[in-house]
Design a protein around this ligand. Structure first.
Ligand code: 6R9
Length: 644
């Protein structure tokens, strides 16, 4: 199939679709012509205590100020819970599928509402109030969603930290936002293994004096020490707490959550999302992109520790009164067919996963997929990194039987929800392309000088105007927000991604153009890995770049210069891999470490990463200009000692 082959919308499946091609065109035009009117209408999809009269007040220049629905008042938990009680109180809100295939649970909207109110009451009893930050370090269990919504109910700002992060990574995220409460569990489970969450949390809390209380979910029942006065069992607190808790009235622009994400420099940034715009965007995109219909089961395989889990496991589906499936385990355990087994077991209608998972399943062939019926499936989605056409086609043909639409959804932690994706029954698909923007989204490609490029071309991906789900600031560092996103191309939101646009106006995301890696859909800054490496007593200097990796998309390639007198042994190489795992977390474990007696630097001392990337990718015949290097001979040494 050629690169730009069209997979056209199948009319028989499009029956009853929320948005067809004509409607998509109208919505695009309306959102552009009259954004105020368009979003005033769309804002009605959430429950307001006071509906907004001011709709859009945004500026990408000067101090950069982004406000949507600014005089509206609401509480996100009401949109996700209370308002569904009358119409669908007994409908399942969350299907929980355990790591162990023998375990699952169903939680109705009524149950979920009560559980959220109880925890919120308990948190209130511990002194948590509007504006306080609460860090969640939890496995994929129902309590994670309960805790997020309980924070929302009180107006406390949650910061979810992925359970795979190390104690150090957890500590730095707690320190940055000065949380007063941590909610964690004794242990997590993943792929048959235990994750020592409470032990990690105890380690992290040694450097977090702001945390006064820790709520611990008894999950595996594993033995964990409890510190008197500080640590409380979740089940004990909730059993005593009131099942009623009035929702805190929140201004649309009051913070809902902080989520830390990696950038090209420094430590992770606290991406701040506010209440009204985020929730409207979560509901809008979940309904449109997945053509969500009442009663359907929606399964997003992400972890709630990432933005995908926030928007498409919790807020989007629950705002839409959907049944959302939350999976504790991993796609290939206990068998490579686990996903399809779960699809049949719970009659999943919409399945949303990452290219890295698709590639690893693809490697095992068709048989494990064919073993299961998958008849309930209606739509397939992809997110997190560019999906190569081979993986797209395998997903389409093998999982979707060449029948189901595949939506490749491009977005970021910063964007709150999907920005570029086909609407499944409105936009023809091309394998490997995120296709076209959603209504209200204005992407553009610019050259390195910031000139807008027209028609079919390739360039830096920017967004020209604000959309409701956009991040508002970096927590307590608005200057960094402006610097990171609005200074490279003044007046425009810079995504950090590069993209190609074809003659049909379709976008093909080519990947990051900055020093951010995307490893198995997890975003990581090279600077973070470098600082972990140089923290090792034997390391003098380190430079980290991405390299092509068949399964992970990108692998982590590290050039390490040892302190003089240190021996570059195999044992030390292993030690450094383990060191980075411990410092940041297993997702940051290097794939290759090359000993580098010297790094290619300019005369002003800047490491020329372009050259290091080429060597890591084994593209050494196209190194480009090396004449500005202080010592061009280091390049030859690096080439001859390439790893892999
Ligand atoms: C949602 C999420 C964001 C970065 C983004 C881009 C890459 C995400 C993609 C994609 C190509 C897609 N990315 N979806 N690239 N096609 N469909 O993943 O957020 O963790 O912040 O990562 O991921 O490079 O800039 P986040």
């Amino acid at each position: 199939m050629p690169d730009d082959a069209l997979i056209t919308v199948k009319p028989e499946l499009a029956q009853g679709a929320k948005v067809d091609a004509a409607r998509y065109r109208t919505m695009m035009a309306e959102a552009l012509r009259d954004p105020e009117g368009f979003w005033r209408e769309e804002a009605k999809r959430v429950a307001w205590m006071t509906p907004p009269t001011k709709i859009k007040n945004t500026s990408f220049t000067g101090d950069v100020s982004i406000k949507w629905f600014e005089d509206g008042v609401l509480n996100a938990s009401v949109s996700c819970l209370d308002r569904h009680l009358e119409s669908r109180g007994d409908q399942v809100a969350i299907i929980w599928e355990g790591d162990d295939p023998e375990t699952d649970a169903k939680v109705t909207y009524r149950d979920l509402h009560e559980r959220v109110c109880r925890l919120a009451s308990a948190m209130k009893g511990l002194g948590v109030k509007k504006g306080d930050r609460v860090t969640l370090y939890l496995p994929m269990i129902v309590e994670a969603a309960v805790a997020m919504l309980a924070c929302a109910r009180l107006g406390a700002v949650h910061s979810v930290v992925f359970g795979g992060f190390s104690p150090d990574s957890l500590a730095s995220r707690i320190e940055d936002c000065e949380s007063t409460l941590l909610i964690t569990a004794d242990e997590g489970r993943r792929g048959g293994r235990k994750v020592p969450l409470k032990t990690n949390a105890d380690e992290a809390l040694k450097s977090c004096p702001t945390v006064q209380n820790v709520i611990v979910v008894r999950n595996t029942g594993g033995e964990v020490p409890m510190q008197a006065g500080r640590d409380h069992w979740y089940h004990e607190l909730c059993a005593q707490a009131s099942p009623q808790c009035e929702p805190e009235p929140m201004n649309a622009e009051d913070p809902l959550f902080i989520l830390y994400t990696s950038g090209s420099t420094g430590k992770p940034k606290g991406v701040l999302h506010t209440t009204g715009g985020y929730l409207v965007w979560a509901g809008f995109t979940h309904e449109l992109v997945f053509d969500y219909r009442p009663g359907e089961v929606f399964w997003c395989t992400a972890d709630v520790g990432w933005v995908t889990g926030h928007t498409y496991i919790v807020y989007g589906p629950l705002a839409n009164g959907a049944t959302t499936l939350m999976f504790e385990g991993v796609p290939n355990w206990p068998g490579i067919d686990r996903c399809w087994q779960v699809v049949d077991k719970h009659q999943v209608n919409i399945f949303y996963t990452a290219p890295t998972a698709i590639r690893s399943l693809m490697r095992e062939g068709e048989a494990p997929v064919r073993k299961w019926s998958r008849k309930s499936l209606r739509i397939l989605g992809s997110v997190g990194e560019p999906i190569n056409p081979e993986a797209w086609l395998w997903y389409y043909r093998t999982v979707g039987e060449s029948r189901l639409p595949v939506v490749d959804t491009w977005w970021q932690t910063e964007t709150g929800g999907i920005l570029i994706s086909p609407l499944p029954f409105a936009v023809d698909q091309k394998p490997g392309s995120a296709t076209l923007p959603l209504p209200g989204v204005q992407p553009a490609l610019v050259d390195n000088e910031g000139n807008i490029l027209e028609s079919a071309t390739e360039g830096n991906l920017v967004i020209l105007d604000s959309w409701p789900g956009q991040m508002r600031t970096v927590f307590r560092d608005h200057e960094r927000f402006i610097q990171t996103y609005f200074s490279t191309f003044p007046g425009r939101y810079f995504t950090g991604d590069g993209a190609r646009r074809d003659a049909d106006g379709y976008y093909w995301i080519t990947g990051r153009v900055d020093d951010v890696l995307n490893v198995s859909g997890h975003r990581m800054g090279t600077a973070e890995i470098e600082s972990a490496l140089v923290a090792h007593p034997k390391v003098a200097e380190a430079a980290v770049v991405g390299m092509p990796h068949a399964l992970k998309g990108q692998g982590i390639y590290c050039y390490v210069t040892l302190k003089s007198g240190e021996e570059p042994t195999e044992a030390l190489r292993k030690e450094l891999v383990a060191w980075v795992r411990k410092e940041i977390g297993p997702i940051a474990a290097p794939d290759a470490i090359q000993w580098a007696p010297g790094l290619p630097k300019t005369r002003s001392g800047k490491i020329m990463r372009r050259i290091l990337r080429k060597i890591a990718a084994n593209e050494t015949d196209s190194l480009g200009d090396t004449s500005t290097l202080a010592d061009p001979t280091v390049v030859q040494d690096l080439i001859s000692n390439r790893v892999g």
